[in-house]
Design a protein around this ligand. Structure first.
Ligand code: ADP
Length: 570
């Protein structure tokens, strides 16, 4: 109840501010805060999304590698005729192995095993470097197989094939294994890469048959991997511009491969320096493929994204705030205007009533008999003065109405400005002098003709004179000067030693309905608040301007400037 009462006591403007605060500003702030936190959250998710994207890319490369290896297996091993092994014929086997090795430089060696029983097996190997060798073994195939470290490594890897549960299901196996005893090749690791094609059920150790190839490490690293990456780029449209750097690391976290050949960037030799990494599950199961964005790190990317969004958010909130302020301003101007309009009505009524009652009073006095002749003249002068005031006021209101309706028209013609002003003074100086004003004029400067609407300029001058008289207290002193102004203008200056105008008001007084300081604290003079608005309109319609120089308590000088241009000379 108390709150309601105090709410009613608030001024409209204060209520507006409160309403905006609660209805708009608070939700906006709430929005800002929640959006900020959700952006923070989004930043984390963006990072994850980038990381996931890198990881997916790695998986695609893994898939491409597998597909390529199956292709190689098929292309090189499918043509091997298993029937050759039915009864071991060294010449035929050698010819077939030769067929496979020839013209395929990616193959290091090709080999075959055929065990005919528990204690009879044949093996043959054709290597790019050491040629053909064939062994007949009369012990179990997995015990006595090949003799050299290379051959031993084949045994070891094949045992893993035999033991693999998936062994009986696929046509080709890829095995990556490390040959500890093998002399390390030019690269850092002594990894071996085998593709097998089983020619019998691998689980049947008694009658085991297979043919296989080992791939050169050089080929794997310099061709197979880059090819798988290129395929990913082509299919996926990703990394077209090579923004992602890939690198493979071996079990000991040593760098074995990188695609970073296009840039001078040094590849981090450290797996941890990469943004995402994953073990190649399908193929090179002993290696880890790592990926990073070449020029950006994910944290920066996510932060940039976050900052961009934050900026957008601030922009939106800024716009909302600007909107609120604008609304507040417009509403407050409307309130001012409404207040000014209602004051205008009461002021004008008063302005009309005063001269009317005076006119009526003195007219009635004149009608009474026995009025002395010298009084008659005085009464008539008062009636005439008040009629002049009424006319001026009504002219102002009519002009204002015409301006508001956009129907005000000016009739320009070349005139002598000094004469125009002097004419107004001629009619008005008597009124001023009667009210006790000392009127000083300076019309000495010779001016060219200027194109003006004589009546409108006259009315503007009258308004200014009227104001000077209205807003003067004890010092009744008015000056009127017509002469040249700056920049090819002519000017009319009307000065007084009246109450003056505070600096903060000096612009506003030219607005329609505006009256200084709510009128009452500054002066008690009645008025419509239209006079200066009309002066301004007239001045601007002539391509000129009106300005004021004033000091509170000291007086004011109003200046109307009109351009000379070429208008007056014709
Ligand atoms: P009105 O005089 O009818 O109020 P105007 O538009 O002529 O309307 O003037 C607007 C306001 O400017 C006045 O209310 C008054 O406060 C101020 N003003 C105008 N002329 C003068 C002057 N010569 N000296 C001091 N104040 C003035």
């Amino acid at each position: 109840m108390v709150m309601l009462k105090s709410w009613r006591q608030l001024k409209f403007r204060q209520r507006l501010v409160f309403l905006l605060l609660f209805a708009v500003l608070l939700p906006t702030v709430a929005l800002l805060v929640t959006q900020y936190y959700s952006l923070l959250d989004l930043r984390g998710k963006t990072r994850l999304a980038y990381e996931n994207s890198l990881r997916q890319t790695i998986q695609q490369i893994d898939g491409n590698l597998e597909a390529r290896i199956s292709e190689i297996g098929y292309a090189r091993l499918q043509s091997f005729d298993a029937a050759t092994l039915d009864s071991w014929n060294g010449e035929k086997v050698k010819a077939q192995l030769n067929e496979i090795l020839r013209g395929n430089p990616e193959i290091e060696s090709v080999f075959v095993l055929s065990s005919e029983s528990n204690n009879l097996s044949y093996t043959a190997i054709l290597s790019q470097t050491s040629g053909y060798r064939e062994i007949k073994s009369e012990s179990a195939p997995n015990e006595a197989f090949f003799k050299t470290p290379d051959e031993e490594s084949i045994t070891v890897s094949f045992v893993s094939v035999v033991q693999s549960p998936a062994a009986s299901r696929s046509a080709f196996y890829f095995v990556q294994s490390q040959c500890e005893k093998c002399p390390p090749p030019d690269k850092t690791t002594n990894e071996k890469f085998y593709i097998y094609r089983p020619l019998s059920d691998p689980r049947d150790i008694q009658r085991l048959r297979f043919v296989g190839i080992s791939l050169k490490q050089n080929y794997v690293v310099n061709e197979l991997f880059p090819e798988a990456i290129r395929l990913m780029e082509k299919n996926d449209g990703q990394n077209q511009k090579g923004e992602i750097v890939f690198a493979a690391f071996d079990e000991n976290r040593r760098l074995v491969f990188s695609n970073n050949t296009v840039s001078n960037n040094v590849v981090p030799e450290n797996l941890d320096a990469f943004e995402a990494s994953a073990t190649l599950r399908q193929t090179f199961s002993r290696w880890t493929l790592a990926a990073s964005y070449r020029d950006n790190n994910i944290a920066d990317l996510a932060t940039n994204y976050f900052l961009r969004n934050l900026l957008l958010l601030l922009l939106i909130v800024g716009l909302i705030a600007a909107g609120i302020l604008l609304t507040l301003r417009v509403a407050s101007t409307e309130v001012d205007l409404a207040a000014a309009k209602s004051a205008f009505v009461s002021n004008v009524s008063h302005e009309l009533k005063t001269p009317l009652s005076l006119i009526r009073l003195f007219a009635e006095l004149l009608e009474t008999e026995g009025v002395k002749p010298e009084k008659r003249g005085e009464y008539l002068r008062i009636i005439s003065k008040e009629t002049g005031r009424l006319t001026a006021l009504i002219n102002n209101i009519l002009d204002f109405a015409a301006i508001e309706a956009g129907k005000k028209e000016y009739n320009f013609a070349p005139h002598n400005l000094t004469e125009t002003v002097a004419e107004v003074l001629e009619n008005y100086s008597l009124v001023l002098r009667e009210s006790g004003f000392d009127l000083q004029t300076d019309f000495s400067e010779k001016l060219p003709l200027v194109s003006i609407d004589r009546d409108a300029v006259g009315q503007a001058v009258l308004n200014l004179l009227n104001n000077s008289a209205k807003y003067s207290l004890d010092e009744k002193y008015i000056t009127v000067k017509v002469g040249r102004g700056a920049n090819g203008t002519v000017q009319i200056q009307i000065g007084d030693r009246g109450i003056g105008i505070a600096p903060g008001e000096q612009k506003k007084i030219f607005e329609k309905f505006y009256r200084s300081g709510g009128a009452s604290d500054v002066h008690n003079v009645k008025g419509s608040g239209l006079g200066l608005a009309l002066v301004k309109h007239v001045a601007e319609a002539h391509g000129g301007s009106v300005s004021v120089k004033s000091q509170s308590g000291k007086g004011s000088i109003f200046t109307i400037r009109l351009p000379i241009k070429d208008n007056g000379s014709g």
